[in-house]
Design a protein around this ligand. Structure first.
Ligand code: AVJ
Length: 313
């Protein structure tokens, strides 16, 4: 079993600087990558089991059902690179089907990544497993020495791309182009535009798990930035904006209030919003245009129940 773990201290996320800058802006915003502390990861897993939120289940079902076809379309591959690998569960199917000699798993959360990647390495003794702890939005280029020279597949499942506005998504796809190399491929999963009522329900589940996930951000800031948010004074508010083609998640202040964060005081007016997430939805041709503009050629597409997996070369 071959396993390496590398931490990139210069490419860590910067919660304090990002939050202070986001709170000072108007509208106030916090990058959605900060949802995922331990509690946030557990709440996201719970979202994925809610009847209204089909995204993860549908992608998993699609990957299982179409795996042979997808693997054939990808062809020979030496190395799989997964930015945002999290618990490393999604890449297993591809390891079974593609049998690469190396996998490079990148995630912002170093400790859980190391544990998950080590477990992966013991389950796949023939694969050289490399875990890189970094915020890949800051420094994807440092992953270079860990990549194998042969054909590489960048795997970006789960509609994570939906968190980025189109210009930033296009930028990320260009960086994936470099990560994959000239003979590289990209397998990417994203949520499709659909009945707004379904999208609304998916981000407003009856059990309130998405609301808890959104509000957990304030609890995290209280703990990690010595802030004093009162989560009960903010309302989870999520809606589909069909003009922009995205679900927006907000935390709306229910009263005028002052909040201290890392020694700085911020005033929230009644009804003022803290914007916590964009979740863009695409038509498959819209997404293909975005990928083409980033230098990728379409090489396959699999659709199921409002979700898409596309392959590019
Ligand atoms: C993990 C970014 C795909 O946008 O649907 C779930 C996160 N936010 N419910 C999404 C999320 C609210 C999710 N992604």
């Amino acid at each position: 079993m071959a396993f390496t773990f590398q931490d990139f201290p210069n490419a860590r996320d910067d919660l304090r600087a990002d939050v202070l800058a986001g709170l000072a802006a108007h509208p106030r915003t916090i990058p959605p990558k900060y949802f995922y502390d331990d509690a946030g990861c557990r709440l996201f897993e719970a979202i994925c089991t809610q009847p209204e939120y089909a995204l993860c289940r549908t992608e998993q079902a699609l990957m299982h059902a179409r795996l042979a076809d997808i693997a054939a379309a990808i062809g020979e591959i030496e190395c799989i690179v997964e930015p945002g690998a999290g618990d490393c569960s999604k890449v297993r199917l591809l390891l079974d089907a593609l049998r690469p000699t190396r996998v490079v798993l990148i995630d912002i959360a170093g400790a859980p990544l190391a544990a998950a990647a080590q477990a992966l390495a013991s389950d796949y003794p023939a694969v050289d497993v490399n875990a890189l702890a970094m915020d890949f939005l800051r420094d994807l280029e440092s992953a270079g020495p860990w990549l194998s020279a042969g054909e590489r597949l960048v795997y970006y499942p789960g509609s994570s791309i939906g968190n980025f506005p189109p210009a930033a998504a296009s930028d990320l796809l260009t960086r994936f182009r470099h990560l994959a190399g000239p003979a590289g491929r990209l397998l990417i999963g994203f949520d499709l535009k659909k009945d707004p009522a379904l999208l609304h329900a998916a981000y407003n589940d009856a059990a309130g798990v998405t609301a808890a996930f959104n509000l957990n951000l304030l609890t995290r800031l209280n703990r990690e930035l010595d802030a004093d948010f009162d989560p009960a004074s903010f309302r989870h508010y999520a809606f589909y904006n069909p003009v922009a083609g995205r679900v927006e998640m907000h935390l709306v202040s229910l009263r005028p209030q002052d909040v201290n964060v890392a020694g700085t005081r911020f005033h929230f007016a009644e009804g003022e919003t803290l914007h916590t997430e964009h979740s863009y939805k695409y038509r498959s041709d819209e997404f293909a245009a975005l990928a083409r503009a980033a230098g990728w050629q379409p090489a396959g597409e699999w659709l199921q129940d409002g979700f898409a997996v596309q392959l590019y070369r």
